[in-house]
Design a protein around this ligand. Structure first.
Ligand SMILES: Cc1ncc(COP(=O)(O)O)c(C=O)c1O
Length: 464
């Protein structure tokens, strides 16, 4: 019988057999990873029967068995080499090891009162800043994804607008600021979400014309709009659009910033990785002149979900927005704890997988992943271009191929047919008013042989 103060018997059993349990879990993970390259890239959704809340508990081994039986088969091969939907990275071996240890040690780097975990996060953020060519004036923190990084960057921008208007948004609310102007050529949908979330409103975004046949902003038109404004604005620039990986001319935009004094937020969610490869680095020139920068790590760094970094040169404003003063949390010192800088207070040591991957493979290893992905995307682009069944809609600038069937077809039906084939998974989009497909290369495992298989599958589905 269980008496007060005893550990629950299931927990006690699991504690006793912990080494065996970890071995069983490692074995299950090893099998999943060994099968990853041949696993169906996507599993078309079906009906799922929900089980009732377990009352007795089956122990961890029981949970492992039930997971394998009921759920594992429905999981996509999204960490595998031919999953080209969205912009999806896998997990390098070292990143996976780091992620396991993040859960094992279960640190909370929100504060520095009890461990050095927050310093590991600071070291990692510093390495990442260096990787993306951002100088020592930038500080940053880990967040869950590019969307949250944009929320953080635009929250700091909002505080800056307040500073310029002589009001404190963090004290008095967004209403104190009144209407704001946010300008962008091809803002990612997450920018609108962030504007809604931050009380700036989706309608504060004004679309600036793009260059003909491009997704990059027309900098001349941007200057014309800036000229008409009464007060300071926020400019959201792109270092890699989601459809065609187009880059705004960040240097030219930074020159406008010196003239018009706006806040420059750059969405470099995955395009920022161009900075790692000498032949593509020029695309990101000017990134270092931004006020806030977004980089996703679960995309091209190949760390497990969910992980991104936000950078800013105005940590003072960031602190005003996110500070979380309480006696039990200690003083805010010279180097503020992360709970005073990020939307979350408590959070996992999300930096550890990135730290592991950077230590394991270095700048060089991660450069190679970027270069290989670009080469493979161009290879697929060239094959599609040479096929009578397909039409490339934009040059393959970096790692995304944007294309459409040569004859009009229902894109959603095509996406389903590709998913059912299982060789690859692609996501739909609309580019230049036309329904299209995107194939995004960002997984460290992908090779030339995968491109051959993806192309063969696409030809098969198009012919079918
Ligand atoms: C350019 C860009 N910005 C932002 C995002 C949002 O990223 P997340 O889903 O990690 O929040 C994406 C996702 O694909 C993206 O491509």
């Amino acid at each position: 019988m269980l008496s007060v103060g005893d550990v629950h018997p299931r927990l006690a059993e699991d504690l006793d057999s912990l080494p065996d349990l970890l071995d069983a879990t490692r074995k299950a993970a090893g099998e999943a990873l060994a099968g990853l390259a041949e696993r169906a890239a996507a599993v078309p959704p079906g009906d799922v029967d929900r089980a009732p809340l377990p009352l007795e508990g089956a122990g961890a081994r029981g949970a492992l068995e039930e997971f394998s039986r009921r759920w594992e088969g429905g999981f996509a091969g999204s960490a595998g080499p031919r999953y080209l939907g969205f912009v999806t990275g896998g997990a390098t071996p070292a990143a996976l090891a780091g992620d396991w240890l993040a859960a094992t040690y279960d640190q909370n780097p929100a504060s520095s009162l009890d461990s050095t975990a927050a310093d590991l996060e600071r070291e990692t953020v510093g390495w990442l800043a260096e990787l993306f060519g951002l100088g020592a004036e930038f500080s940053g923190a880990f967040v869950t994804g590019a969307t949250m990084s944009t929320v953080t960057g635009l929250a700091i921008a909002r505080e800056w607008l307040g500073e310029r208007a002589g009001v404190s948004v963090s004290e008095d609310g967004a209403a104190a600021l009144g209407p704001v102007t946010v300008l962008s050529g091809s803002a990612h949908s997450s920018v609108l979400k962030a504007l809604s979330f931050l009380g700036m409103g989706r309608s504060s975004l004004r679309k600036v014309p793009v260059l003909p046949g491009r997704e990059a902003v027309d900098v001349g038109k941007l200057a014309e709009v800036l000229e008409t404004l009464d007060g300071p604005a926020v400019v959201v620039a792109n270092a890699g659009t989601v459809n065609t990986v187009d880059f705004d001319d960040l240097r030219a935009i930074a020159a406008l910033k010196r003239r018009y004094g706006f806040w420059l937020h750059v969405d470099a969610a995955f395009g920022g990785f161009a900075a790692l490869a000498p032949q593509y680095a020029a695309l990101t020139a000017g990134l270092e002149q931004a006020d806030s920068v977004v980089v996703d790590l679960h995309k091209w760094l190949n760390v497990p979900y969910d992980s991104a970094v936000q950078f800013t040169r105005r940590r003072d404003l960031q602190l005003r927005v996110f500070s979380n003063n309480a006696a039990y949390l200690g003083e805010i010192g010279e180097t503020p704890d992360f709970l005073h800088l990020t939307p979350e207070n408590s959070r996992r040591l999300r930096a550890l997988p990135a730290w592991f991957s950077l230590v394991a493979y270095g700048r060089d290893g991660h450069r190679e992943i970027v270069e290989r992905c670009v080469t493979l995307a161009r290879d697929l682009g060239a094959r599609l271009d040479g096929s009578p069944r397909w039409r490339l809609l934009a040059p393959v600038r970096l790692n995304v191929v944007c294309f459409a069937p040569a004859v009009d077809r229902d894109i959603d039906a095509l996406v389903r047919a590709i998913a059912e084939d299982g060789t690859t998974f692609l996501t739909p989009t609309v580019y230049d008013g036309r329904p299209a497909l995107r194939a995004a290369f960002s997984n460290w495992r992908t090779t030339a042989a995968d491109v051959e298989r993806v192309f063969a599958a696409l030809e098969r589905v198009a012919a079918g």
